[in-house]
Design a protein around this ligand. Structure first.
Ligand code: VG1
Ligand code: CO
Length: 537
């Protein structure tokens, strides 16, 4: 029976960089999730998307996801969706959901995740909508959702709807078919059409080749076991923390030098690791490491673009490349060499998808461990790992001594290097965040980054402060994905010429002087009382 319940609007359901993200306790307030879901469906109706098609649903498995899926089914059936496709156990990585939405020509999909933010009762939750192109909804659409969240007075639900999302199969409720599907199938097939799996399989068999993957108890575990383990033949004992947990085992599922510490230590001890990689809670981020070596995400996307010919999907060349503004200009160097269009966009994946839909971008990346291509419309953690394995596999066919480190260092020797560091100051007060931004804006030569979308002319203002410094630059911006207070990010970058004697020095050494200048100019220590950043990458 469809019941209509009265509800009260919440006024804080505005979408940030990547969906609605809040503390789990906020989501657990009465009707908080149901209000947003009903408002999303009202926005789909208002926008002409309607319900006569498929809605894909999945998440990173964090606490609260099952409750959200139950509500999506109940409210979705009341709206009369033709089909609701749910990942088994409620799981589906962000890139896999993007792939499934595109493959099924769905109306859209809902991803239940707060990405790399911790989960559990005391952690975060999130909800995000991706329309039919499989990419994050543009602001013009999320503004309509937000409008409905502020005006909502009632919610309609098919309260009797019950679906066991742990069991594969279909259930018909009213006019809706709810289908529980294997969340890895479409994605695993897609990856095999992109990469040279035979070459990677041969690599897996090479004596002494050690590949470690850390799933951080997020959603990529089952994908890693299927693709790296079953299909490619890497030993499953090297697939670490590949069982998804509702609280990520108490970890912060963010693949960087601070939060993926165990994996980093493995690579910096005498373990003869050849390649190591990690992904975040929802599977869209990646970190690439070699033996005693860390690849900055800015270098990673540039190397993948430079060596794209090794990857079968790119055999006809690249249409263009793009990076977020705070990402280093290493990719621009490659674009120049290959004579490609390169765009520098604001932070957040939604700015890349417009370029991709217009066939102007094949590979793109962000300094925040996000890399992907136009095979989907999200960043893709395992795609990046497979790209590296593919590049190494092909390079080793002619030179068996190639490693992650030799690839990156020869890239620098050929193209020069953009030495790079990012400092994050998490959990500041909103006032402290604002004060730092004001100080940055007042620094000499500061520019407030404004983006005009080259495809549709839409404008995004105040996307970060760029300050020239010591022949390079630093950038300061506040995070749009935090769930409370403010997080300030400082990005420092300087070019090192290919014949410079300092070329291979650690970035921290190369940028120490600039870091001091950036901290002084933004008055960071004085305004926040923080002697050290929370995270340094
Ligand atoms: C961060 C990153 C940004 C990324 C976003 C979503 O945003 O800096 O590059 O696109 O997270 O990633 P912010 O606004 O906190 O700096 V994910 O893996 O959370 O979807
Ligand atoms: Co993520």
């Amino acid at each position: 029976m469809i019941e209509t319940l009265a509800t009260k609007a919440y006024l804080d359901q505005k979408t940030g960089t990547s969906g609605l993200r809040k503390k789990t306790s906020v989501f657990m307030q009465e009707n908080y999730m149901a209000n947003w879901i009903e408002s999303l469906f009202s926005a789909m109706k208002e926008n002409g998307i309607g319900f006569d098609g498929t809605l894909v649903v999945g998440g990173d498995g964090r606490y609260g996801n099952e409750l959200a899926i139950d509500l999506i089914i109940k409210i979705g059936v009341a709206r009369g969706f033709k089909r609701i496709l749910v990942g088994q156990h409620g799981l589906m990585s962000t890139p896999a959901l993007s792939a499934v939405v595109r493959d099924q020509k769905a109306l859209g999909g809902i991803i239940l995740t707060a990405s790399h933010n911790p989960g559990g009762k005391n952690g975060d939750m999130g909800m995000k909508f991706n329309p039919t192109n499989g990419g994050p909804a543009p602001e013009s659409f999320t503004d309509i959702i937000y409008k409905h969240t502020t005006q909502i007075t009632e919610i309609s639900m098919e309260t009797s709807a019950r679906v066991d999302i742990h069991v594969l199969g279909t259930t018909t409720i009213g006019s809706t078919v709810v289908e529980v599907t294997d969340p890895t199938a479409t994605y695993a097939e897609l990856m095999q059409t992109i990469f040279d799996f035979d070459a990677i399989r041969a690599l897996a068999k090479t004596a002494g080749f050690k590949f470690f993957f850390d799933g951080m108890h997020g959603v990529t575990g089952p994908y890693a076991q299927r693709i790296f383990g079953e299909i490619l033949g890497f030993p499953s004992s090297f697939l670490l923390r590949c069982d998804p947990k509702p609280d990520f085992g108490g970890l912060h599922p963010d693949p960087n030098l601070t939060y993926a510490k165990d994996l980093v230590e493995l690579c910096y001890a005498d373990n003869k690791v050849t390649v190591a990689a990690a992904s975040d809670g929802d599977g869209d981020r990646n970190m690439i490491l070699g033996d005693n070596f860390f690849v900055t995400p800015s270098d990673s996307v540039a190397v993948i673009a430079d060596k794209h010919q090794a990857i079968p999907y790119f055999k006809n060349g690249l249409k263009g490349v793009a990076r977020s503004m705070p990402t280093s200009a290493a990719l621009d160097v490659v674009a120049k060499k290959l004579n490609l269009e390169v765009n520098s966009t604001p932070t957040g994946w939604k700015f890349f998808t417009n370029l991709m839909d217009a066939d102007r971008c094949s590979i793109c990346g962000e300094e925040s461990f996000g890399t992907s291509s136009d095979h989907i419309r999200e960043k893709d953690g395992l795609w990046a790992v497979l790209a590296w394995l593919n590049i190494i596999a092909v390079a080793r066919q002619t030179d068996p001594t190639v490693t992650v480190q030799t690839i990156v260092e020869s890239f620098w020797r050929e193209n020069g290097r953009n030495a790079y560091q990012r400092l994050d100051y998490e959990a500041l007060t909103t006032e402290q965040g604002k004060a730092v931004m004001d100080a940055a804006a007042a620094a000499e030569g500061a520019v407030d980054f404004r983006y005009v979308d080259p495809v549709d002319g839409s404008v995004a203002e105040h996307q970060g402060i760029i300050v020239p410094c010591d022949g390079g630059r630093f950038v300061v911006r506040t995070s749009g994905t935090g769930s409370s207070g403010a997080t300030v990010r400082v990005y420092i970058e300087k070019e090192v010429a290919k014949d410079d004697a300092d070329l291979l020095k650690p970035a921290s050494e190369l940028l120490a002087g600039m870091e001091a200048t950036a901290l002084a100019a933004t008055k960071l220590v004085e305004l926040t009382g923080r002697a050290e950043p929370t995270v340094r990458t």
